[in-house]
Design a protein around this ligand. Sequence first.
Ligand code: ADP
Length: 191
Amino acid sequence: MYGPNHHGWIEVVVGPMYSGKSEELIRRLRRAQIAKQKVIVFKHSIDDRYSAKDVVSHNGNKIKAINISNAEDIYNYIQEDVDVVGIDEVQFFDDNIVDVATDLANRGKRVIVAGLDMDFRGEPFGPTPKLMAVAEFVDKLSAICMICGSPAHRTQRLINGKPAKYSDPIVLVGAAESYEARCRLHHEVPK
Ligand code: ADP
């Protein structure tokens, strides 16, 4: 993918929920494995939607991953012979993930991160914007808007079937919460 002088780099895959970020991350990591490269995969432990231990896409594709909650935990697992480092749900880490990804790339690793670029309010999410700034490659994926079928770049948060308000707390005990992909026109965040 890159030039003749072997050095590391950062790839970022972003988009709303259901845009295929995990699918794309898994695809790139599998191809690296086919090329006999040593691959290691991490995901933030807050995301346990299907399996505590794997990166799993909404269509059921999966790859083994290590659950961590701090960016620095990555160093406990990285050996010199690792070629490719994958990180899913990168938006949940703090800004230290930017330094860790940069350090790994500087040490010759290919670093592939995937995550949400915007939160349910449509605002930049955690460290993702900074990672996009320092990365060599950025791919912004779209899903399909569940209202009109257009390309969707935003994630609609629904609480008991209604659009979540801007000020609604992130953790709502006892409420039925769901998310769907929406385009700009149909993304609703009541004040
Ligand atoms: P992400 O990691 O971005 O949430 P995934 O890779 O887990 O996305 O899942 C992508 C898959 O989700 C698609 O291939 C498709 O099968 C499914 N899907 C469900 N709802 C939608 C939608 N609204 N738009 C696009 N794909 C969707």
